[in-house]
Design a binder for this molecule. Structure first.
Ligand SMILES: *[C@@H]1O[C@H](CO)[C@@H](O)[C@H](O)[C@H]1NC(C)=O
Ligand SMILES: *[C@@H]1O[C@H](CO)[C@@H](O)[C@H](O)[C@H]1NC(C)=O
Ligand SMILES: *[C@@H]1O[C@H](CO)[C@@H](O)[C@H](O)[C@H]1NC(C)=O
Ligand SMILES: *[C@@H]1O[C@H](CO)[C@@H](O)[C@H](O)[C@H]1NC(C)=O
Ligand SMILES: *[C@@H]1O[C@H](CO)[C@@H](O)[C@H](O)[C@H]1NC(C)=O
Length: 659
């Protein structure tokens, strides 16, 4: 290598003047020559690479031109001690470049985005440098690329799914970087060499890549699935949280023997779970026989096609991965089809238009527990192509399949900005799953109570009002248009969409008919007193729970907060007692005290909330009325302040969180 590198160097004693006339009478790629000189001039180079200014650029070391000497086709400067970051407007201008090798230097900074302009590029070797930042998105426009080697740099960020655009790629080398996230489903027919080892990737190895050897994937943070050891089962038992599963590494070998014991216990749990999963899979497979075998064969080639088909048919359910030919094969075995029908994911509402995956994809997804509730456990599932959904695994469902089907189709139609409706479901004797959109901005509960204390930017008054109003509108729609009782109102079921508080949405609604008796709302403190006995939520009990939610926003106290529990009272009664003793201001969240001139609004909302939490159901207002009263509060203040200054709190000039 060193010899080769030396051979490429032309070390000259004198420093040639770049602008001096070229000796060679033959033609010269003048523009490319200038770009090359600018490129080299922008770098500090340790052993100085000197190109003879008197010679044609086509004779320079590392440069190869076309036969007519009109363009530079290749630039190869491996291991010549190039140092620094590439200046702009240099390499990107050598537009005829087919091959570029700058490997084994000490180039730093981001990979130049302008490489995206080299539309003719077939080979790009940047490995073994100090490039940092993300893989430039523009590289996926270089559709002629055969080989892309970015290995052994300091790259971060995801492996872009759009690399699939490089349809002629034979070799893709990304090993020894700091790439993170999950590995997208890269399926390029021509791909022969692939390496992402020694990065920080996690999740499962996509099916499209499982044909590459394990050494293409080793040394990552948390990759699993063939050819690596299998992933943890999609639905881990409550005792085996994802973090508990750790493949022993060299690093841990020095640890004490307790670690080994824990390892053995964890390993046996894993083995047990894997066996369980295998049995379940085998069961499904046997039941779905021919259907699945044909599906798998065609799935690889038709992943992108499926999405289009599913969207075009707009059907309520889809059979992902089935091409028309495999459908023909299937019609031969009608009974297999009936079996498959029975066991598949059913999309509801606009779910079929939004998503295309099947039960198997879901089972293969890597999952993380979001929360456990009285109705079951919620998981964040990351599918192969990077789609993220929430999967709710319901437990102790008592409803039969027809009731379940009917309710799901009703719920699927309740889509609104302020409601998070199910997109798909799965019903079998042993397993009932709901698939919902994943809203990454979290819940009102975490926004309100998460990491209180130093360094936290509190949820401002205007933000609280907007979220409350958005949730109220969702509930009003549910009650009046869909005629459904929510039955599970609490702050952790108010989800936020990034950057838009007005589209905060209620989730997990109207599921109580699936259970008998209806599950209690947990944490305690939201449930209307009468429902504790009847176990049957009503429109009026929803209004009570909504009132508790408003009190939570006003007081900053969660209804199950320890200080309340110690006194043995619930949030409404605590508020009542404080208000009765005429310390109204004491009731409000201390974090709201920094905002001037909002007390009147807070008192008005407090009055609405207190009406909602009336002990007598009939004296509680309807949700539509509640929303109307809340709108009046904001209308009035907007009137006072003139034109709405939406982002900034008019009183203090302080921006609210989450805008
Ligand atoms: C380049 O050419 C000039 C005259 O045209 C000459 O003086 C100089 O020595 C040459 N440099 C080299 C490195 O050959
Ligand atoms: C994919 O390649 C096509 C050319 O084949 C190009 O027009 C398109 O911009 C590329 N897509 C992306 C995301 O770069
Ligand atoms: C790699 O990048 C990180 C920041 O992204 C930086 O802290 C680190 O020094 C870099 N390492 C090298 C060897 O350049
Ligand atoms: C992968 O790691 C990222 C952080 O690097 C994390 O946000 C994500 O949840 C992880 N995904 C899985 C499936 O573990
Ligand atoms: C991938 O890269 C790693 C690290 O350089 C290497 O050990 C491994 O053999 C490579 N695997 C393949 C299949 O090339």
């Amino acid at each position: 290598m060193a010899l080769l590198a030396l051979a490429v160097l032309i070390l000259l004693a004198g420093s040639g003047d770049p602008s001096s006339p070229v000796r060679a009478a033959r033609s010269e790629p003048t523009q490319d020559r200038a770009s090359l000189l600018a490129f080299m001039g922008g770098l500090r180079h340790e052993p100085r690479v000197q190109w003879d200014a008197n010679a044609s650029a086509c004779e320079w070391a590392g440069v190869r031109c076309d036969s007519g000497r009109t363009a530079v086709l290749e630039l190869r400067l491996p291991g010549v001690g190039l140092l620094g970051s590439v200046v702009a407007d240099t390499l990107g201008r050598i537009s005829g470049l087919r091959a570029l090798s700058l490997r084994s230097n000490r180039l730093s900074g981001p990979i130049p985005a302008e490489l995206a302009d080299l539309a003719q590029l077939k080979r790009l070797f940047l490995q073994d440098n100090l490039f940092s930042g993300v893989i430039p998105p523009g590289l996926v426009g270089l559709t002629l690329l055969h080989r892309l080697d970015l290995s052994s740099n300091n790259l971060t960020g995801p492996v872009p799914f759009a690399l699939n655009n490089l349809t002629r790629l034979k070799g893709l080398f990304l090993e020894n970087n700091h790439l993170s996230g999950s590995l997208p489903s890269i399926s390029i027919a021509s791909l022969k060499y692939f390496n992402v080892s020694n990065n920080e990737l996690n999740g499962s190895v996509p099916r499209s890549l499982e044909g590459f050897p394990a050494s293409s994937f080793v040394g990552n943070l948390d990759l699993c699935g063939a050819p690596l050891p299998p992933c943890e089962p999609f639905f881990p038992s409550p005792s085996a949280a994802p973090a508990a599963i750790e493949v022993p590494t060299k690093r841990s070998s020095k640890r004490l023997s307790t670690a080994a014991i824990v390892g053995i216990i964890v390993a046996s749990i894993v083995v047990f779970l894997v066996l369980l999963l295998l049995v379940v899979c085998l069961f499904f497979r046997l039941r779905r026989k021919g259907a699945f075998r044909t599906k798998e064969k065609s799935a690889k080639g038709s992943e992108s096609g499926t999405r289009a088909t599913a969207a075009a048919t707009g059907g309520r359910s889809i059979e992902t991965g089935m091409t028309s030919s495999s459908k023909d094969e299937m019609s031969g075995s009608a009974s297999a089809l009936v079996e498959a029908e029975r066991n598949k994911l059913v999309f509801v509402g606009s779910g079929a238009a939004e998503y295309s995956f099947d039960l198997e994809d879901l089972l293969r997804a890597s999952a993380e527990v979001l929360g456990k509730g009285t109705m079951g456990t919620s998981y964040k599932a990351v599918l192969e192509e990077g789609t993220i959904v929430v999967v709710k695994r319901l437990k102790d469902v008592t409803a039969a399949k027809p009731e379940f089907d009917a309710l799901m189709h009703t719920l699927g139609l309740t889509e609104r900005p302020n409601l998070v409706a199910p997109r798909a479901y799965y019903y079998s004797t042993d397993e009932k799953l709901l698939v919902l959109d994943f809203l990454p901005a979290g819940s009102l509960s975490s926004l309100l109570h998460g990491s209180r204390g130093a360094g936290r930017s509190p949820l401002g008054w205007e933000s609280r009002m907007r979220v409350a109003l958005a949730a109220g509108r969702g509930l009003a729609h549910l009650h009046t248009t869909a005629q459904l009782v929510h039955g599970n109102i609490k702050a952790s079921n108010v989800l936020l969409r990034a950057g838009d508080l007005d589209s905060a949405a209620f989730s997990d609604f109207a599921l109580h008919p699936l259970f008998h008796p209806a599950p209690r709302i947990r944490p305690a403190g939201y449930q209307a007193p009468e429902v504790l006995e009847t176990r049957r939520p009503t429109f009026k009990s929803d209004v009570y729970s909504f009132g508790v939610l408003l009190l939570e926003l006003l007081t900053g106290k969660a209804p199950n907060q320890a200080s309340l529990n110690e006194e043995g009272i619930d949030l409404p009664r605590w508020v009542q007692s404080v208000v009765r003793e005429e310390w109204t201001a004491e009731v409000f969240d201390a974090e709201l005290m920094r905002y001037a001139d909002i007390e009147e609004e807070m008192v008005q909302l407090l009055q609405i909330a207190m009406a909602c939490v009336s002990a007598v159901p009939d004296s509680r207002p309807d949700i539509a009325e509640v929303v109307r009263m809340m709108e009046q509060i904001t209308d009035r203040t907007e009137g006072n302040d003139g034109p709405k200054s939406s982002q900034v709190d008019p009183a203090t000039g302080a921006g609210d969180v989450g805008n």
